[in-house]
Design a protein around this ligand. Structure first.
Ligand SMILES: Cc1cc2nc3c(=O)[nH]c(=O)nc-3n(C[C@H](O)[C@H](O)[C@H](O)COP(=O)(O)OP(=O)(O)OC[C@H]3O[C@@H](n4cnc5c(N)ncnc54)[C@H](O)[C@@H]3O)c2cc1C
Length: 364
């Protein structure tokens, strides 16, 4: 059996591992536009550490996990996927490839693009490419650093920056919403607000970033319409990500849907996918669980009892700098904070490292 995986993130690597486990003699080909896997869930640590620490070379991973790696940026849309399915093949930098199953795991990309050579404004793409440590070290003392986007990712970066640079920079946070972490109970908001006050962060709730010109920001308070102008030597955009290149619909078994019908031999998983059942959050935990379902269904050709994706969130943690985090386990009212939450988050993150080394500690 030949399985081709398009995108080597959390979902793509999980498919590779699980199919190999079920069919050790299968041939697995993983295609990615980059030469290395990025541990995105730990990217906030590049505030102090080299991004290289959070990368794994695909060629080496392939030797360990038993897949062949091809570097290529495959351009596709819904029509192309239907053609791949019909042809049971696709053209790559390494020539034509046929497959018994193709799994599209192309992830997500920041919704707000910035110029690749931008100096005063960065998004996750630049952070993943360069890390933040050198950038922050290049700023003069007294510089202003603005975090735009107060979701889990923005807060994690703010926590790391505050822990290291509170005395060196003036830090600001722009929140589009009125409440922090507004999908969770209000206690989460209060906990983070206490932290923002302790750090003395300049906080702009209910505020939209309207314009950025060099180091000048123009913001609008969404409640009263007031326009706020502010200087920012570095603005970091965490305004969310969107499926790339588009949101791929799948049935409960992970089969790609085209005009409402499943395409033959074509599957999807991870942030780029939207399944008919289960949790569709753009998180590594959902990406992996979708990938496990897809791998099972490929390995057993949907024959014996195809598996449905029914996963629901097991909990979620947001770190607020070294030694502090906030989150919940199983139910949102089972709140964990401080060092205990931080240790749990660290433990959850190391699960994927163990998994790549052949130890599967994911119980569900
Ligand atoms: C800073 C940060 C912190 C996070 N923290 C957490 C957390 O604590 N817990 C959690 O559960 N989730 C977290 N997430 C979310 C999590 O990282 C994503 O949900 C996860 O990466 C999705 O995995 P994926 O495999 O779908 O996509 P990705 O990991 O993004 O991988 C997609 C891969 O596809 C490749 N690719 C894309 N298009 C093409 C193409 N056309 N041709 C070839 N290759 C292509 C890309 O290069 C990439 O390697 C965090 C995300 C970020 C950015």
């Amino acid at each position: 059996m030949q399985v081709v995986i398009l995108g080597g993130g959390y979902a793509g690597l999980t498919v590779a591992i699980e199919v190999k486990k079920a069919h050790p003699r299968s041939s697995i080909i993983l295609i990615d536009k980059k030469t290395y896997f990025t541990k995105l869930t730990q990217l906030h640590k590049t505030v102090t550490e080299s991004p290289k620490k959070y990368r794994l070379d695909y060629a080496q991973l392939g030797q360990r996990l038993g897949f062949r790696f091809i570097q290529d940026d495959i351009v596709f849309d819904a029509t192309t996927l239907a053609r791949f399915s019909r042809d049971r093949g696709l053209l790559t930098a390494a020539g034509a490839l046929s497959f018994d199953a193709l799994v599209v795991t192309s992830g997500a990309t920041p919704v707000t693009p910035v110029p690749a050579d931008g100096i005063a404004i960065w998004n996750l793409s630049q952070i993943a490419a360069f890390g933040l440590a050198d950038k922050l070290n290049s700023l003069l003392p007294g510089s202003s650093v603005t975090i735009c986007g107060a979701g889990a990712t923005g807060l994690q970066f703010l926590g790391e920056i505050a822990a290291r640079y509170l005395r060196k920079f003036r830090l600001s946070l722009i929140n589009f919403a009125e409440i922090l972490l507004d999908q969770w109970p209000i206690e989460f908001h209060r906990y983070v607000m206490d932290k923002l006050n302790y750090w003395n962060i300049e906080y702009y709730p209910v505020t939209a970033l309207e314009q950025v010109e060099q180091d000048q920001l123009v913001m609008r308070n969404r409640a009263n319409g007031e326009i706020i102008e502010k200087k920012s030597d570095l603005t970091l955009l965490f305004t969310g990500v969107a499926p790339q290149p588009f949101r791929i619909s799948a049935d409960s078994f992970g089969r790609v849907l085209h005009d409402g019908e499943p395409l033959d031999a074509l599957y999807t998983a991870g942030d780029c996918s939207h399944f008919q059942t289960g949790l569709n959050a753009m998180t590594a935990q959902a990406a992996m669980r979708k990938a496990k379902v897809v791998a099972h269904n490929i390995a057993f050709h949907l024959r014996q009892a195809p598996r449905k994706y029914l996963f629901e969130e097991l909990g979620y943690f947001v770190s607020l700098g070294p030694g502090d985090a906030i989150g919940y386990l199983l139910q949102q009212n089972l709140r964990v904070t401080g060092m205990a939450a931080w240790l749990l988050k660290e433990g959850i993150e190391s699960q994927f490292d163990l998994y790549l080394n052949g130890i599967d500690t994911f119980l569900i």
